[in-house]
Every structure is written in structure tokens, then in C-alpha cells.
Design a protein around this ligand. Structure first.
Ligand SMILES: Nc1ncnc2c1ncn2[C@@H]1O[C@H](COP(=O)(O)OP(=O)(O)OP(=O)(O)O)[C@@H](O)[C@H]1O
Ligand SMILES: CC(C)(CO)[C@@H](O)C(=O)NCCC(=O)O
Ligand SMILES: [K+]
Length: 249
């Protein structure tokens, strides 16, 4: 079977596909290399042969993970690498190698699924927006802190903002002005995210009128689903692009 990995800054998303390269068998989210190896080794059943991988981590971290995968499972690993142009999309960065590979793959996937202009919004550790025109020209994008970073910056740099995860989750039942610290912070950060989404949507409207598709992906995409009518939540958008960038012969 085929192992697919998306190594982000906080988590590694993994999934296993049947040898047909299409049908998912199992997936998961882990926070370390060792947790990944543990999740997969439970699974002699997977009989992993090949692996494709995208990483936004350092070269050293990525090399070390690849070495562990080869050692533990004997898989052959294909890594996504930067490209100036692929699948009809032209990388919009002045220095194309500097565009985060997770962004590049998500926008390749988005352009493929939309068959036209698209706005790709990814809600992970960081939040990113990328614009691809109907002719495949990537216009560039934006990067800002995601929900976990916003919330942790407030907790770290103030004396009196302190609350636990369960209270945080409860605070999201509504977006009314907070009447407790946890509500004020969680809803405030949520409104920042929603405002970001609306601003990007407005910009896409200015460029392309109504003729574009909005994609939401990343672990926190569900927080903003519903902000933009008709936006498509595609949790595996990076994997769609990964399969395009790393075909396994
Ligand atoms: N099963 C899960 N495990 C961990 N985080 C999850 C899970 N489901 C949703 N999340 C949310 O996803 C967010 C992290 O998103 P994601 O995994 O896309 O990004 P990342 O890999 O940490 O970072 P990035 O891709 O930006 O480098 C967290 O804020 C968390 O709330
Ligand atoms: C922005 C993140 C952290 C999002 O995961 C990643 O795509 C990245 O590290 N990018 C490199 C910087 C850039 O894209 O300009
Ligand atoms: K990401």
C-alpha cells in the first residue's frame, strides 16, 4: 500500500491508500515522528511499499523522518519539491523555492478541482491564503497566525489570560461578546479568522467577479466553514496536490 504524509509545523497528517493509489484505507494526525512510526507499526497489515511526502520542516528534520521510514518499513520515498510550473499552474513567488510546499500542493489541488480560478485558504498553525487565476497564474498570497498561535501568544504574553482547552471549546458555542476571559479571547480570535476569510473573499471578488471557487483546508477549516457561501471544505487538499506532484510509477 501507499503511505502519504503531510508534515506541518505542529502535526503530521498521514494516510494509507490501497495500491490503486486512490482508495484511502486509514488516516490519522500525530504530533511526532515517533508517534507516526507507532501508528504505522501497529499496522503490519498495511504492507507499505511506497511513500510520498511533503514537509515544511527543516531539511534535517525531513531527512531524519525519511531515514526512519526507510529503516522501519523499507518503503521507497518520493518527496515533493518546489517547481516553477506544474499541472498548468505557475508559481507566483519571485523566488519560487521559498513558497511553502504545503501551499504549493494545496493550490495545485485547488486549481485542478476548480478547473479555473480559485482561492485556497489553509487553517493550520499558520493561516495562509493563495490566489490562482483562471489561466493558472498564481498571484501570490498571505500568511498570518492561525488559531493556536493567536491564542498562545495571548496566553504567553499576558499575566491574566489563563484557561483550559475544555473551557475554550465551550466558548465557541456562540460569537456574542464575551462575558468571561475565555469567551472574550476565543471569540475574538475566531472573529479575526472570519474577518481574514471575508477580506480574502472580497479580494478574489475584485479580481474575478463571481467566477472562482473557494477552498478551505487545514485542521481548523471547520472553524470558518459557513463564513463564505459555497466555500468547499476539502480536508485532504494537500494530498490531492501531493498525488499530482509525486506520481508513483
Ligand atoms: N485530529 C487532530 N489533531 C490535531 N489537531 C487537529 C485535529 N483536528 C483538527 N485539529 C486542529 O488543527 C490545527 C492544526 O492544523 P494543521 O494540522 O492543519 O496544521 P499544522 O500541521 O499544525 O500546521 P501547518 O500545516 O500550518 O504547518 C490545530 O489548531 C487543531 O485545533
Ligand atoms: C506558511 C507555512 C508555515 C504554512 O504551513 C508554510 O507554508 C511555510 O513554512 N512557508 C514558507 C514561507 C512562505 O510560504 O512564504
Ligand atoms: K498546512
Amino acid at each position: 500500500m501507499i503511505l502519504e504524509l503531510d508534515c506541518g509545523n505542529s502535526f503530521i497528517k498521514w494516510r494509507v491508500l490501497r495500491p490503486d493509489g486512490v482508495t484511502p484505507v486509514e488516516d490519522g494526525v500525530v504530533s511526532s515522528d515517533s508517534d507516526l512510526l507507532a501508528s504505522l507499526s501497529d499496522a503490519e497489515k498495511f504492507q507499505l511499499k511506497k511513500c510520498r511526502l511533503v514537509s515544511v520542516r527543516t531539511q534535517a528534520e525531513t531527512d531524519s523522518l525519511v531515514a526512519s521510514l526507510v529503516e522501519s518499513f523499507g518503503v521507497s520515498v518520493v518527496l515533493a519539491v518546489p517547481a516553477r510550473e506544474m499541472a498548468g499552474v505557475r508559481n507566483g513567488y519571485e523566488d519560487y523555492e521559498r513558497l511553502g510546499l504545503d501551499r504549493w500542493l494545496a493550490l495545485l489541488g485547488g486549481f485542478h478541482l476548480a478547473s479555473g480560478a480559485c482561492l485556497v485558504l489553509d487553517f493550520g498553525t499558520a493561516v495562509t491564503a493563495d490566489f490562482v487565476a483562471a489561466d493558472g497564474g498564481h498571484l501570490g498570497g498571505f500568511i498570518c497566525p492561525g488559531m493556536p498561535l493567536m491564542r498562545n501568544q495571548l496566553r504567553t504574553h499576558t499575566r491574566k489570560i489563563r484557561y483550559d482547552d475544555i473551557a475554550a471549546e465551550r466558548a465557541h458555542e456562540s460569537l456574542a461578546p464575551g462575558r468571561a476571559t475565555v469567551e472574550a479571547v476565543e471569540r475574538g480570535c475566531m472573529l479575526m479568522l472570519r474577518g481574514f476569510v471575508l477580506t480574502q473573499f472580497e479580494l478574489a471578488r475584485q479580481y474575478w467577479g463571481k467566477d472562482f471557487v473557494v477552498f478551505l483546508t487545514g485542521g481548523d477549516a471547520n472553524l470558518v466553514s459557513g463564513v463564505v457561501p459555497d466555500a468547499k471544505v476539502v480536508p485532504d487538499l494537500v494530498f490531492v496536490g501531493l498525488a499530482m506532484a509525486c506520481p508513483l510509477s
